[in-house]
Design a binder for this molecule. Structure first.
Ligand code: ARG
Length: 566
């Protein structure tokens, strides 16, 4: 049941306003003591030729005498009609809805099968999967889940960075100093070492740069030796990435990569020429974007080599032709915002209305207490190491709090990794995330472990109370103020999921989960659940069960597991 809609329908009968407009005007009073819903009567004054407070009195009287089962009390307060919904009717509706829908509570099908692409993670071959890709992977996975939940037809894409001049350097370095055996063993570590060595040596011997460039040209001409090495670098890199994706339970629908588009530039260049958009500048081909307040978008280098934005333009065409998407999301760091704004503008100028559906979902950096995270010259924090550390710290906490826990290793992983994800998804994307272990692993803070812990606590109460998952409760027994606070947050949950999708902001869900967990813990501390009285116990268990369900659903949307004990 939608209370705003029900109220709007009722009010439409008393006024000349259309239902939509009334629904729009309905508010939630800041102070819950005033009411659960409020309708301001100002806009009726003109048509009804009465003062708003008089109209409010009249409407309140009509609503009271209509004796609707879902309305507890109506009061006119100045120009406002304030409505308190019936606590027990509300409990009956929300609990029934959640217990019935289970994992799909709020999965209302608004997406209606529309095609949405979510590109995320997208690490760079021969480089570690570092914490810079953590944000993309976590935010992307959450959006992937959220859009699917709402009934969109989602295709997730991992767009590997497997093209560029660095491969000329790497091939040169490998042929000079590398050993096959060593690299097979050390994988990306070995490749990174070679890359770093290349830069060190090239500082003294610039001819190395010429050799690297020569390899790039040979690759462009399809040189098999170069390609074989390049393919091997990709294979080695994917070993590390796939270990992670397996652990994180991430499966992409499509693995794409920059190299796929490195020789598909002709169509892009031809269209740009036809539309008169291409200009020459210092030997390179550019699209001038001065009119839009941006520096020019580089399309082709002077040697004819392709560039990152050009590959993205070709990929965007390919994605549109393949999927006819309504929306195409790209989750990458905000340091790429200009680059994305430029090439998206170019696609638009090329006359593609679908460019409107392309969204750069950008996010802030992960900052470590010591300062900014550095990714230059090998000094990176590997995602694998970070996760291992989170898990090992969590293992220690579990050892202290609950040493007899059955599947400690699995739970340590679920909670440790969950803490990392929650920490990243708890604030608006654009904000930088400060990294602090004590904060993110605090079981009592606004954290992943706190939400997981509340979920586990609910599971344990349900088990002890003999809850059988057959909804049997008396709604008037879950009508306390604290119960209502919990139910209200659960009622709002579907709207929050939609808002998170519309704004590409998983934090909206994360915050709602913390609010629900907090409200439930207040309820729990004031109302003993495992009481003797059968009916009261079952009713309180029903609320507990609904809370458990929402926390689980919400954590799942964020890409976090919900262990039953921890
Ligand atoms: N590989 C890039 C990086 O690590 C991210 C790719 C973003 N996606 C894109 N279509 N350009 O910075």
């Amino acid at each position: 049941m939608n209370y705003e809609q029900a109220l709007a329908a009722q009010l439409a009968g008393y006024t000349s306003l259309p239902m939509d407009e009334i629904a729009q005007a309905i508010e939630t009073p800041q102070d819950p003591k005033l009411g659960d819903l409020a309708f301001p009567c100002f806009r009726l004054a003109k048509a009804m030729k009465k003062a708003p407070p008089v109209i409010a009195q009249d409407i309140a009287a009509s609503l009271n005498s209509a004796s609707l089962p879902w309305i507890g009390e109506v009061r006119a307060t100045g120009p406002y009609v304030n409505i308190f919904v019936s606590r027990s009717d509300f409990a009956a509706n929300i609990l029934t809805a959640v217990l019935k829908a289970g994992t799909s509570y709020g999965a209302d099908g608004t997406g209606n099968g529309q095609k949405v692409l979510v590109e995320y993670s997208s690490p760079n071959i021969a480089k570690h999967f570092h914490v810079g890709h953590l944000g993309s992977t976590m935010i992307g996975k959450a959006l992937d889940n959220i859009y699917r939940y709402l009934g969109y037809d989602v295709t997730s894409i991992n767009y590997l960075g497997d093209w560029g001049t660095q491969f000329g350097k790497l091939i040169t370095a490998y042929l000079k100093w590398g050993s096959k055996e060593e690299i097979e063993k050390t994988e990306i570590d070995g490749l990174v070492k070679l890359y770093v060595k290349f830069h060190e040596e090239a500082d003294n011997d610039p001819s190395l740069n010429d050799e690297a460039r020569a390899w790039v040209v040979r690759m462009q001409e399809g040189n098999e030796e170069g390609f074989a090495l390049w393919r091997w670098f990709i294979e080695l890199s994917l070993r590390e990435y796939n270990r992670l994706y397996d652990r994180l339970n991430i499966n992409f629908d499509e693995i794409s990569s920059e190299s796929r588009y490195s020789n598909k530039m002709d169509a892009v260049v031809t269209t740009l020429k036809q539309k008169g958009l291409l200009k020459e500048s210092e030997g390179a081909q550019i699209v001038d974007l001065e009119e839009y307040g941006m520096p020019p978008c580089l399309i082709l280098r002077s040697d004819g080599g392709t560039l990152y934005p050009t590959r993205d333009i070709a990929a965007a065409y390919d994605r549109y032709e393949t999927y006819k998407f309504t929306k195409s999301l790209y989750v990458t760091g905000n340091e790429q915002s200009l680059n994305f704004a430029q090439w998206i503008k170019v696609v638009e100028l090329m006359g593609n209305p679908w460019a409107k559906g392309i969204v750069h979902v950008l996010y802030g950096m992960l900052l470590f207490e010591e300062g900014k995270l550095s990714t230059r010259r090998g000094q990176v924090i590997k995602m694998e190491d970070l996760i291992n550390e989170a898990v090992s710290k969590t293992r220690n906490i579990i050892e202290e709090r609950n040493p007899s826990l059955a599947n400690k290793e699995e739970v340590a992983w679920q909670v440790g990794y969950g803490a990392l994800v929650f920490n990243k998804l708890y604030n608006s994307r654009i904000k930088d995330t400060i990294f602090n272990w004590d904060h993110m692993l605090n079981f009592e803070g606004e954290t992943g472990p706190y939400v997981q812990y509340t979920h586990a606590r609910a599971c344990s109460v349900l088990e002890k109370g003999g809850w059988s998952d057959i909804p049997s409760f008396a709604p008037n027994l879950v009508a306390e103020d604290e119960a209502f606070d919990v139910l209200r947050l659960i009622y709002d949950f579907p709207g929050k999921v939609e808002e998170a999708a519309a704004k590409y902001e998983p934090f909206i869900i994360a915050r709602q989960l913390v609010a629900i967990a907090q409200a439930f813990n207040v309820y729990y501390s004031k109302n003993m659940i495992l009481v003797e009285d059968e009916s009261l116990r079952q009713s309180r268990l029903a609320l507990t069960c609904a809370v458990r369900q929402i926390l689980k659903n919400g954590l799942q949307l964020l890409g976090i597991a919900a262990p039953v004990a921890m």
